[in-house]
Design a protein around this ligand. Structure first.
Ligand SMILES: Nc1nc2c(c(=O)[nH]1)N[C@H]1C(S)=C(S)[C@@H](COP(=O)(O)OP(=O)(O)OC[C@H]3O[C@@H](n4cnc5c(N)ncnc54)[C@H](O)[C@@H]3O)O[C@H]1N2
Ligand code: MOO
Length: 404
């Protein structure tokens, strides 16, 4: 009798195994910013200089010193309106563009639309001291830690790093992932005949892996039949550090993943998970520390298993922190399912299933969410985790983000 691991425990085991794998593989590499989106920082990033690194104008208009009216000074460098320059004396003004370096002595910027110019003299309502000036180092001082190790690089974070003067970053090296797709009935193109099934995973899993930070390159894909020899061969011959297999997680005489893992001396960390769908999900560590993640063959079940085991595993391997899911209010009633959580594709809505409107968003399950279906997931905003005791409308549940 296999002992199901609680959903929360399966996530923790997967994360801890990931941190162990992290110690066994090379840690970091220098990556240009242009290729660093989605990567994880291996080290803290400090500002090479302040952001911004000089005081500048926030508007097109006039740099002024003291009170008006002001005598207009010629531009220091006619061909470069942004050039840092000169000093303004009291009651003097000089034209300036947004982002232009402030002249010394400048006490405010007057917007062009607020000022009038006549015979070399500028008049405007008295500006507040410091108006429309962007002081140096307002966003960061030189040497400040801008982003901590373990942070995932998003487009705005890359821009912040660039603004501080850096061209590249130390990113955590992603593990090599191999996909092993099992099932003689699985076909990869065209219209499947009765008894055949069109492959759901080779289009689906690689971008999910990329979104979860695992692979810059397409993972190595092997297709195997339903037999022990080819299952063993697939595991033994790949150089992947994480072997992600689909199908064959069951206990029938056509399912060989568990037997293969046992024959290879693997330590089974998660034999199955107290969840639905995705219950047969499986996590094992081979004697050489490579990892097998067994995803069930049913496509939605496979994704729920991946959310439960693969994502925390990758967070561990990528030196990211363990994330606790956010809470969100559910908009419908679920009866109890003793001992198991349910992972349900759901959409955000301001209405509950009884048609009542609410100020805060609630989540409501989508249609077409059977274990072998992906339509509901395609329409979903996220996945809700329904506790074994069920829910009443308005209860809080955990909410898992989708990787796309
Ligand atoms: N007697 C029992 N039968 C089953 C149980 C059980 O507890 N007792 N559990 C069910 C659950 S839950 C799941 S999930 C599946 C697990 O199946 P396997 O991981 O062994 O996967 P297969 O049997 O190989 O395939 C299941 C199903 O998925 C389809 N499949 C497989 N690969 C693909 C693919 N690449 N693309 C699309 N679809 C795929 C396959 O054709 C089957 O229909 O077992 C239940 N049975
Ligand atoms: O993991 Mo299975 O349906 O629960 O498809």
């Amino acid at each position: 009798m296999i002992h199901d691991v609680a959903w929360e425990t399966a996530r923790l085991h997967a994360y801890e195994l990931g941190t162990l794998v992290r110690e066994r593989i090379p840690y970091e590499e220098l990556v240009p910013l242009s290729r660093a989106s989605g990567r994880t920082l291996a080290r803290d990033v400090t500002a090479l200089q302040g952001i911004p690194h000089y005081a500048s104008s926030a508007m097109d208009g006039w740099a002024v010193a003291g009170s008006g009216p002001w005598t207009i000074q010629p531009r220091a460098a006619q061909d470069d309106p942004h050039a840092a320059s000169d000093t303004l004396g009291d009651h003097q003004a000089r034209a300036i563009l947004t982002g232009g370096a402030l002249p010394h002595g400048c006490t405010a910027v007057v917007r062009s639309e607020a000022a009038s110019e006549y015979d070399g003299v500028l008049s405007a309502p008295e500006p507040r001291w410091g108006a429309d000036i962007r002081p140096a180092e307002r966003e960061a001082k030189a040497g400040d830690v801008l982003l901590a190790a373990g942070t995932v690089l998003t487009p705005p974070r890359l821009a912040v790093i660039a603004a501080s003067g850096r061209d590249d970053v130390h990113a955590v090296i992603s593990p090599r992932v191999g996909l092993v797709l099992s099932g003689r009935e699985v076909v990869t193109s065209g219209v499947p005949l009765p008894g055949q099934v069109r492959d759901s995973f080779s289009e689906f899993l690689p971008p999910v892996l990329t979104a979860w930070g695992a692979a810059e390159a397409t993972p190595f894909v092997q297709r195997i039949g339903d037999d022990l020899a080819s299952t063993l061969r697939a595991i033994e011959t790949t150089d992947a550090q994480i072997i992600l297999s689909t199908g064959g997680t069951g206990h029938s005489d056509h399912d060989f993943l568990r037997k293969a893992a046992e024959d290879l001396g693997a330590r089974i960390l998660v034999p199955s998970v107290a969840m639905r769908p995705g219950h047969p999900a499986f996590l094992a560590q081979l004697p050489d520390d490579r990892v097998i993640v067994g995803l069930p063959g049913n496509p939605l079940a496979a994704f729920m298993a991946a959310l439960t085991i693969l994502q925390p595993l990758l967070d561990g391997v990528l030196a990211r922190s363990f994330t606790e899911p956010r809470q969100i209010r559910v908009g419908e009633r679920f009866t109890a399912l003793p001992g198991r959580v349910r992972l349900v594709p759901a959409g955000l809505s301001t209405e509950d299933t009884a048609g009542n409107s609410h100020h805060e968003l609630r989540v409501i399950s989508r249609e077409h969410t059977g274990p072998a279906m992906l339509r509901g997931l395609g329409d979903a905003d996220g996945v809700m985790v329904i506790p074994p005791e069920g829910t009443e409308p308005g209860d809080s549940v955990r909410w898992l983000e989708l990787p796309w």
